[in-house]
Every structure is written in structure tokens, then in C-alpha cells.
Design a protein around this ligand. Structure first.
Ligand SMILES: Cc1cc2nc3c(=O)[nH]c(=O)nc-3n(C[C@H](O)[C@H](O)[C@H](O)COP(=O)(O)OP(=O)(O)OC[C@H]3O[C@@H](n4cnc5c(N)ncnc54)[C@H](O)[C@@H]3O)c2cc1C
Length: 360
């Protein structure tokens, strides 16, 4: 079947013409120091935050990197200890411990970013472009009166970045020309790192508390925490899974979608879905992959009954191997697939379920 090479090669680079040497050298001569906004879940640092550190490292060899963690309670401090040894280039971990941060509400976080940035005078502030970063960074940028650069997939120079546009069909090289700090959200999948394990220890960075005495009582914003629901802790996280099994509208019902879930179980994979499958109510929207869903880049992405609309491809085209099953030989998904099978998913999936061994 068709390989992904043709479509991948179709990507274009747009490079603006105002690449002034003088401008570049002015910026390059400034010292680089980066504040990484890190996320933690309970007592664990999220792996995406280590990707943000990797991105920070590619800004400059001499980058001084600080990690900011906020929350409350003992889990925060355990996560801070983990953060301190997550990468040798992290020089300090700043901890903001307050009930204000017990839930990741954007308003207090944005004010915290302004406070810490202004105290530390960082040249760059980086976080990942998941819901956390997308929520906080634009607000922090507004408070600091700068324009953020979002969804960065490549860093060429401290102020020269690559980001996808047109649902990933073109890559745009943008230069940050602002005078204030450069705020970036990065795609974690473009800065892959190894999982954090108990033996992935490097030298430990210092941990210090953020002085919140000037934080102010007006920091409570218009949003309010209601509840957190998360499902399916058994399965790998969609954003980081090595294998993703995705179902599309062709599954026809929530009941049929369970075939996808069973297949994922057998393969130790995460489940993904197209927006059409989500909109039809087969699965919740946190499983949506694509432009308006999650961006994934697993080693293996299997798409069943997925047409391959550009908005879907925007979220999975960087997967290492793409396998597609579709009964329409002309479905666009086959243009990006490394392996394709023209067939009926209601024949193929049951056969796979029968022939694949049980997960040990
Ligand atoms: C602004 C915007 C943002 C969007 N964001 C996203 C996004 O983030 N993610 C996303 O996925 N979509 C997104 N969409 C929607 C996107 O355009 C498509 O509508 C959607 O991806 C289609 O989903 P699908 O492939 O499941 O359904 P369809 O396009 O209906 O395709 C179903 C496919 O299944 C095949 N099929 C049918 N029956 C069988 C069978 N029995 N066996 C095998 N194959 C079969 C058909 O040949 C077809 O190719 C967005 C759209 C817009 C406008």
C-alpha cells in the first residue's frame, strides 16, 4: 500500500524573509536562562515536563534551567525531589506550595509565572502544549505583555522556532522579535525523552520555595475548580503510549468500539478515536486524536475505519509506523500509512482478536 513518504514530503517550509544577521546576533549574545513550568500528578513529575527540559536544553548549551512546580501537600515535595534529579542540566527547582495551586487553575498559575519570571529575569519560559500549557501560557503572556509562540516542534536558535501550521501540512519558521521574555509551548512528542525511572538519577539540583508573600489575595480568578475525572488508569496514557489503537466513525456504536478497547488491551496500547467517533458518543473526548484533540507520536499507530481527514492526521502523522485498515482503497489515511489493509474492520478486528495471544 502507499507509504507515508509522499505526504510527509509534501510538507513545506515557510521561512520569513526578515532574517537579519544583526538582529540574530543581538539576541544570541544575551544570556539564556529558562523557566520550565512543570506538571506533576500526585508525587510524580509528568514525563512531558522532561520533554520541556529537553526543549530548553536545545535553546543554548549554556542555558541555566529552573523548573517551577506548584501545588500543595507532600506529593508536591516528592515530585520536586524527582524533578531535581530528572536531568543534569536543571540547576534549580522552585516550589510554590499553596492551596491556591492545589488544582491547576490557570489564573493563579499565570500570576505565579509572572511573579517568578519577574524575580528571576528569565529569557525564556517553556511548557508543553497540552491542556495545562494551553490554559496557562496565553494568560501569563498577557500579564507579561508579550506574545507567546505556541506548539513549537523545533528550535533552531534561541529566538528561531519551527511550528506547524495548516493542521500540520506546512512547517513555519518564526523568529521571536519581542523585547520581553520569550514564552513557548512545545509539542512534547517533538522532544522525546526516556521514561523517568527510579534509577534515572542525575546530579541533584537545589530545591527552593517560591516566596509567595507578595502573591496577593486578589489572585483568585473567575474560574473555580469543580472536579477532576479520569478514567482507565490501567491503560497507558494516550499522549505517551508506545502503541495507539484508534477507531473511527466506521465502528458505528459505543458497543462496537469495545472491539478497539479489547485490541488495545491485548497489545498493551492506548485507545484513540477520531472526532467523528467522539461526536457520535462512542467514547469520551479525551480520547480524540487530532488538531483539536491530542497530538501523539507512538512507535505504532493503528487506525481502524478512519478516513484520514487532515485534522486527524495533524495529531498522528509523526507516528513511527502507521497501520490503516479501511474498506475504501482510496481513503486518504493510506497516503500516510506505512502498512495498509483494504478490508472490513468487522472482519479484521475479530480475526486479530482471535489470533493475537493474550497479554501476559
Ligand atoms: C476545525 C476542525 C477540527 C477538527 N479536529 C479533528 C480532530 O482533532 N480529530 C479528528 O479525528 N477529526 C477532527 N475533525 C474532523 C475531521 O475533519 C473528520 O470529520 C474526522 O476525522 C472523520 O472521522 P472518521 O475518519 O472517523 O470518519 P469518516 O470520515 O466518516 O470516515 C470513516 C472511514 O471508515 C471507513 N469505513 C466505513 N465502514 C468501514 C468498515 N466496515 N470497515 C473498514 N472501513 C470502514 C470509510 O471508508 C471511511 O474512510 C475536525 C474538523 C474540523 C472542521
Amino acid at each position: 500500500m502507499a507509504t507515508g513518504a509522499a505526504l510527509r514530503a509534501f510538507r513545506k517550509r515557510i521561512i520569513p524573509s526578515f532574517t537579519s544577521q544583526t538582529f540574530a546576533s543581538t539576541f544570541n549574545s544575551r544570556s539564556i536562562s529558562t523557566l520550565v513550568l512543570a506538571e506533576h500528578e500526585g508525587s510524580s513529575l509528568k514525563i512531558q515536563s522532561v520533554s520541556a527540559v529537553k526543549a530548553a536544553k536545545s535553546l543554548s548549551k549554556d542555558n541555566s534551567i529552573s523548573l517551577l512546580l506548584a501545588g500543595s501537600g507532600p506529593g508536591l515535595h516528592e515530585a520536586a525531589a524527582q524533578a531535581a534529579s530528572c536531568d543534569p542540566s536543571v540547576s534549580q527547582v522552585l516550589v510554590a506550595d499553596s492551596d491556591e495551586f492545589s488544582h491547576p487553575l490557570a489564573e493563579p498559575w499565570a500570576k505565579l509565572v509572572r511573579l517568578v519570571q519577574q524575580k528571576g529575569g528569565y529569557s525564556h519560559v517553556i511548557t508543553t502544549s497540552g491542556s495545562f500549557g494551553k490554559n496557562i501560557m496565553p494568560r501569563a503572556a498577557a500579564l507579561l505583555d508579550v506574545s507567546p509562540i505556541t506548539d513549537v516542534t523545533g528550535i533552531s536558535e534561541p529566538h528561531l522556532f519551527v511550528r506547524p501550521i495548516y493542521a500540520g501540512n506546512a512547517l513555519c519558521t518564526v523568529r521571536y522579535t519581542g523585547v520581553g521574555p520569550c514564552l513557548l509551548t512545545i509539542r512534547a512528542t517533538s522532544f522525546p525523552v526516556s521514561p523517568i525511572t527510579s534509577d534515572s538519577k542525575s546530579n541533584e539540583a537545589s530545591i527552593s520555595q517560591v516566596d509567595l508573600s507578595t502573591f496577593g489575595e486578589d489572585s483568585v480568578g473567575k474560574s473555580r475548580y469543580v472536579k477532576h475525572t479520569s478514567q482507565d488508569i490501567e491503560r497507558p496514557d494516550l499522549g505517551n503510549a508506545r502503541v495507539v489503537i484508534t477507531g473511527g466513525r466506521a465502528l458505528k456504536s459505543a458497543e462496537n468500539f469495545k472491539m478497539i478497547e479489547k485490541l488495545a488491551e491485548k497489545l498493551g496500547a492506548a485507545v484513540g478515536a477520531t472526532r467523528a467517533a467522539v461526536d457520535a458518543g462512542y467514547v469520551p473526548n479525551d480520547l480524540q486524536v487530532g488538531q483539536t484533540g491530542k497530538i501523539v507520536a507512538p512507535e505504532l499507530y493503528m487506525a481502524f475505519g478512519v478516513s484520514g481527514a487532515i485534522q486527524h492526521l495533524a495529531g498522528m502523522r509523526d507516528s513511527k509506523y502507521i497501520v490503516a485498515v479501511n474498506k475504501d482503497a482510496d481513503a486518504p489515511i493510506f497516503q500516510v500509512a506505512d502498512y495498509g489493509l483494504v478490508g472490513d474492520i468487522f472482519d479484521v478486528i475479530p480475526e486479530l482478536l482471535e489470533k493475537l495471544p493474550e497479554k501476559k
